[in-house]
Design a protein around this ligand. Structure first.
Ligand SMILES: C[S@@+](CC[C@H](N)C(=O)[O-])C[C@H]1O[C@@H](n2cnc3c(N)ncnc32)[C@H](O)[C@@H]1O
Length: 391
């Protein structure tokens, strides 16, 4: 998509076409395109169908009612923040008394829209001309253009004084995929940190794999998951310096770090607790172990073992029925003996490929029972723990 083809989509004819191709089944695209090309320019038809496809893809991140009205670029949909996370951050900023935010690196507006919906006035900046145009179209499409000013500019040249907070979501993709070094972000993390220090409040979105050593002392670091998948880490300024927390969406349970030492390794109990990925990334497994009265199954593995089924939102609980040294042959025999038909493979600290193992040990269902197998280590040796979810 280029600037001209996107501009054509915003004309009356373009919008009518977008309405017509909404929700087109990919299998029917060719037939639909052939029909529409009889009465509309071929390029516009292609652009509308491509936009319809992007909207369908975006529905995984945005509420369907928004996604079908919004506009996207392929990179824009890929890089945008999902609404659950953007709304959560916007609520946190609002609770800090923030009423205006400079959204530096706004992309197609995933965050800017959520901030505006929280009643915050937003200056949304992106240096890519098409991306900025799309962000502007989105603000208008959702009726939020009164609160969002979109500016096409390099964020390093924008004056953000006068805003209660800055929010930075740097580009983390280079020509060859994801960028892991925070200094290779665009703009680099060091620039974002300077911008954050100059504002009353700030939130910097970073990759969840950011090394803890890269978190400055004056920042709070929060790891966020949604539906069990870790989505991002946020460095907050103007909140609680030094605090580490993990927050689990959509419920919003938030676990605050207390600087506990690593939990002790202990004998395997009846229950295994699998901490949420945000807890693991935030290094808060000790806090969860304390909550459930447990310890680690191995000093290097983030699985907690305990005797009691205590409630915690921060981990999924399993009842363990067997503990065996890792053996494909033994596992296959056990699954057959127990008439297993559904096998869930989980692993931490094991190089085994789950799909490959499943093919070997359960080439066909042996019955209707369901089993979860954990491939992991105990005292450094590979083990398999069999069990089932114990809600
Ligand atoms: C991860 S995306 C932002 C996504 C956005 N928060 C959302 O939810 O839709 C990063 C954006 O930063 C922009 N960008 C990168 N470096 C920039 C710079 N120096 N100035 C302005 N924009 C920049 C890119 O064009 C890209 O659109």
């Amino acid at each position: 998509m280029n600037d001209a083809s996107f501009a054509a989509l915003l004309t009356a004819e373009g919008r009518a076409l977008l309405d017509e191709v909404r929700g087109t089944d990919p299998a029917r695209e060719l037939a639909v395109a052939t029909r529409l090309r009889r009465t509309h320019p071929a390029e516009l038809v292609s652009a509308a169908l491509a936009q319809a496809r992007l909207r369908q893809r975006a529905a995984a991140k945005f509420p369907a009612a928004d996604a079908e009205r919004m506009f996207f670029t392929p990179n824009g949909v890929e890089q945008s923040t999902r609404t659950t996370v953007a709304e959560y951050r916007a609520r946190r900023l609002r609770a800090l008394g923030v009423t205006s935010v400079a959204d530096l690196c706004c992309g197609i507006g995933g965050d800017a829209l959520a901030l505006a919906r929280a009643g915050i006035r937003v200056l949304a900046v992106d240096r890519d001309p098409l991306t900025a145009t799309v962000a502007r179209a989105n603000a208008e499409a959702l009726g939020l253009d009164g609160l969002i000013e979109v500016r096409e500019a390099d964020v390093t040249e924008v004056d953000t004084s006068g805003y209660d907070a800055v929010f930075v979501d740097p580009a983390r993709r280079g020509g060859r995929g994801r960028v892991f070094d925070p200094e290779a972000y665009s703009p680099p993390l060091s620039w974002a940190l300077t911008a954050a220090r100059g504002a009353p409040h700030a939130a910097l979105k970073v990759a969840p794999g950011i090394p803890h050593e890269a978190v400055p002392d004056e920042a709070e670091a929060e790891w966020i998951s949604d539906g069990g998948d870790v989505k991002e880490a946020v460095l907050w300024f103007g909140t609680e310096p030094g605090l580490v927390r993990s927050t689990l969406l959509p419920d919003g349970h938030t676990l605050r770090g207390r600087g506990l030492p690593d939990p002790p390794v202990r004998p395997l109990g009846r229950y295994l607790y699998e901490p949420d990925g945000a807890v693991v990334r935030a290094h808060l497994v000790a806090e969860v172990a304390e909550e459930v009265g447990g310890g680690l199954i191995d000093a290097t593995i983030a699985y907690v073992t305990a005797d009691a089924p205590l409630p915690t939102p921060y981990a999924t609980r399993y009842e363990i029925t067997d503990q065996l040294p890792f053996s494909v042959k033994r596992l296959k025999a056990l699954l057959r003996e127990r008439e297993v038909g559904v096998l869930t493979v989980k692993k931490r600290g094991s190089a085994v490929e789950p799909e490959e193992l499943r093919r070997k040990v359960l080439p066909k269902p042996y019955g209707r029972a369901a089993v979860t197998v954990f491939l992991t280590r105990r005292q450094g040796a590979p083990v398999m723990l069999l069990g089932h979810p114990a809600p």
